[in-house]
Design a protein around this ligand. Sequence first.
Ligand code: 13P
Length: 258
Amino acid sequence: MKKFIIGNWKMNLNVHEASLFATKLAQDVPIKRGVETVICPSSLALSPLSLQINHRQMKLGAQNCYWRDEGAFTGEIAAAQLRGLAQYVLVGHSERRHIFDEDDREIRFKVQAALRNGLTPVLCVGETETERGEGDTAHVLGDQIVSGLLNVGSDQIDDVLIAYEPVWAIGSGRTPEPNEIEEAVKMIRSQIGHMFGRNAATSVPVLYGGSVNLANAESILRAKGVSGLLIGGASLIAPEFAGMVQIAADVLKEEKDG
Ligand code: 13P
């Protein structure tokens, strides 16, 4: 099964800096069969980068979108407008949920807008530290998956990626143990199984995100059920990001060689 290495640049790098950084990545990132490398720069940089990058080496993702296709929505960017510029779009990232108060309904509409416009949504889910402490992780993840994928058809589920990002691990330098990641990913897959059947439960890619770096990438990528990484801070360091693409390729090769 394919591996995904996705870099979320968040609100970093202006258009010029993004272009310079993409030049560095072009030198460092290996092209590996079975590994999909995606960078998510600011929306402003999507257009220039779409002309600059080698699309065999990496793809582009947006960090957010609005769910209406057009109209009087000052300041928003429609999934329809990302079409042709990005192939992926992050939906329901923890920062969107918690800083910008995005709710489950809006997130669901965004998943649908992405699919309607030929983009692959990366639906981000994850529990807060309090929720984890109260033993609510399974419940929270289940709800976020059900709600986010509510109107997704069984013919569309193959075009969806899930990212498990525990809120407390994002930008904190703390990560769950690999067995805790396995457990959460299992919960997510089981919920997808309830909704879309057993095949979907195993085939939908589930990525892990939250304080991933070159040092912990391998153990996380080896965790059962993990299909890739969603990387924040470390995706802005070219050799780290490139190194993680290489690790994903190595892990994939080992899995294939069995
Ligand atoms: P960090 O890797 O910086 O913790 O960010 C994770 C993240 O939010 C990726 O979407």
